[in-house]
Design a protein around this ligand. Sequence first.
Ligand code: ADP
Ligand code: ASP
Ligand code: MG
Length: 412
Amino acid sequence: MSVLVMKFGGTSVANLDRIRRAAKRVGVEVAKGHDVIVIVSAMSGKTNELVGWVEETSPLFDAREYDAVVSSGENVTAGLMALTLQEMDVPARSWQGWQVPVRTTATHASARIEEIPTDNILAKFGEGMRVAVVAGFQGLAPDGRITTLGRGGSDTTAVAFAAAFGAERCDIYTDVDGVYTTDPRITDKARKLDRIAFEEMLELASLGAKVLQTRSVELAMRYKVKLRVLSSFEEQSDTAGTLVCDEEEIMESNVVAGVAHSRDEAKLTVLSVADRPGIAATIFTTLSEAGVNVDMIVQNISEEGRTDMTFSCPTGQVARAEDALARIKADGKLNYGELVVDKDVAKISVVGIGMRSHTGVAAKMFQVLSAEGINIKVITTSEIKISVLIDRKYMELAVQALHDAFELDKVA
Ligand code: ADP
Ligand code: ASP
Ligand code: MG
């Protein structure tokens, strides 16, 4: 019997009506003969509310208790989805992460899945159950405590189940009908892609396109999971949505596949540090130990043996970065002038496998931004992407201008 994984995101299970609509989609697949594993997110807005309660209660919270609270939204939707299916006479039951158990690392709030035993659920399929509804986002640490997989983590739960059960496909049902050339909320010229390569999707996700969690794309690529993104609001066919697949399976593609943006970025500059071996190691070891996820790094030209070190991190981690850097200054471990913080920046990136063989993408990107009067604060590149930090107030304008300039509304 073939297993299909269907994941429903927050907006797709936002109320009882939507849960019923999603359950009907599941019913269609069951009728086709599939055994289905349904992964559900919390109702939309629920996880944000839970995170807010935790932060209000304890600003520097214990991440184990954060997970205890924040994982709970998915329990409600898993139970309600199983009940809805039962009402439709589809044999179904729910599982919370710990009951499977979805074994993870102990890195609370951003745990990684290590193992998903299949025997328990397969035995139930063997007894006639047709749908296993699993609460997404949740895991079990080696010490028995509940973990979560990071925001957007239900996508990763879905792909991990698809890999573990050798599923025929992993369908991610969401509020857009596929992966677009850029976030369709920013420009109505965004074009839906029929296919996108794993590597491009991986970059877009990690650079801010939240339609899939980065880790889910990594897992799909590694375990060759057939991954599809589609709308839970439209009538479906077997070819609907966007297929995330190997580069070789895509016939035509533009040099630039998409534009991504990340809103909550901050830029920090440590002024006047000594330009000698060990300084970068001291700064970035300190930040890493403080739990700061550093993204871009630039070291400026040195003058008279002193230099400036600039880096970016999520705005939510600025307080931790400031605290850690002030501490090593006070301890005499690092001598520097001032720490300059700019919390109003955004990151804009263009991504495309075509950049491996085409030159001039960076030049064009910089020209486009300059023509709009947008100043670039930091630049980083890799083989298939170029990212810049700019003032946040220009974020939408930059995405729209780049989307137009690279003609992403058209197929090359
Ligand atoms: P879910 O709750 O179903 O997991 P998310 O909100 O996490 O949904 O992800 C879907 C959203 O991702 C869309 O509503 C869209 O605004 C955003 N998004 C960002 N970039 C893209 C893109 N390139 N293609 C499609 N959606 C995108
Ligand atoms: N509910 C979790 C979140 O909002 C996980 C998910 O929806 O993927 O981040
Ligand atoms: Mg999501």
